[in-house]
Design a protein around this ligand. Structure first.
Ligand code: ADP
Ligand code: MG
Length: 240
């Protein structure tokens, strides 16, 4: 579903991705781990065309990803992205936040968009919070609204960039549990996370990125418990 081949990306003279190659199959959950600054966010941003890249290729959903292409917004709609900071519209309710994309971008009728939004808020456990404003919700609830908002566009794949890193520890579990549900329903997902227990339980594959290169990848059981590369071992020793 997503084919990443020898991708290089520079910011001025700083080469941030140095030949990244990996593929993500339909329904697969890949966790991307690695130290801060290793290029994880940049890689996700390249995949849905928020960033350009200089060399190599990314093919997503059967199309070459080119951030300058005229139809790039279509790709961005097909691949949902959830960030550390959820950026909900503060003056709109949870329900209105989830309806926003379908109504204003996809021009769906309000009634059907509303029904779908209610279903999605139920799915993330927030059926009772449809009329709440973001400020009235906890960080974990806001992040679940953000996931529902992303799902409202019926994405074919979802990218998560440290979705629980900004949350108080007691709120992390509720967001991870929604993500587990998505994975169980067969959503194709790339998840940048420092939650090693999530990676261990949910990921079909773990990729360890270091200085812009995938140093090691494989089943979670192998990469997280018996990594072969020294860099992976050092990283895991620090985070576990
Ligand atoms: P990670 O998500 O793994 O922490 P990033 O992809 O955010 O890493 O960043 C990788 C490197 O790219 C860092 O050195 C960072 O400073 C640099 N970088 C990221 N975004 C930009 C940008 N827009 N302009 C210049 N440098 C950037
Ligand atoms: Mg990052």
């Amino acid at each position: 579903m997503i084919e990443i081949s020898n991708v290089h990306k520079c910011f001025k003279d700083n080469e941030v991705l140095k030949g990244v190659t990996t593929n993500v199959a339909e329904g697969e959950v890949v966790c991307l781990i690695g130290p801060s600054g290793s290029g994880k966010s940049t890689l996700l941003r390249c995949i849905n065309g928020f960033e350009s890249y200089e060399k190599g290729s990314i093919v997503a959903l059967g199309r070459k990803v080119d951030s300058h292409a005229r139809d790039i917004n279509e790709l961005r709609r097909s691949i949902g992205m959830v960030f550390q900071h959820f950026n909900l519209f503060p003056h709109r309710t949870a329900l209105e936040n989830v309806m926003e994309g379908p109504v204003y971008v996809n021009r769906e009728p309000r009634a059907s968009a509303r029904k779908k939004a209610v279903d999605l808020l139920n799915r993330v456990g927030l059926g009772s919070k449809c009329d709440a404003y973001p400020a009235q919700l906890s960080g974990g609830q806001q992040q679940r609204v953000a996931i529902a908002r992303s799902l409202a566009m019926s994405p074919k794949a979802m990218l998560f960039d440290e979705p629980t890193s900004a949350l108080d520890p007691e709120l992390v579990g509720e967001v991870l549990s929604v993500m587990r549900g998505l994975a169980a329903d067969g959503m194709t997902m790339i998840v940048v996370t420092h939650e090693m227990s999530f990676a261990r339980d949910v990921a079909d594959r773990v990729c360890f990125l270091h200085s812009g290169k995938i140093v090691e990848e494989g089943p979670a059981s192998q990469v997280l418990t018996s990594p072969t590369e020294q860099k992976t071992q050092d990283f895991l020793r620090r985070v576990l």
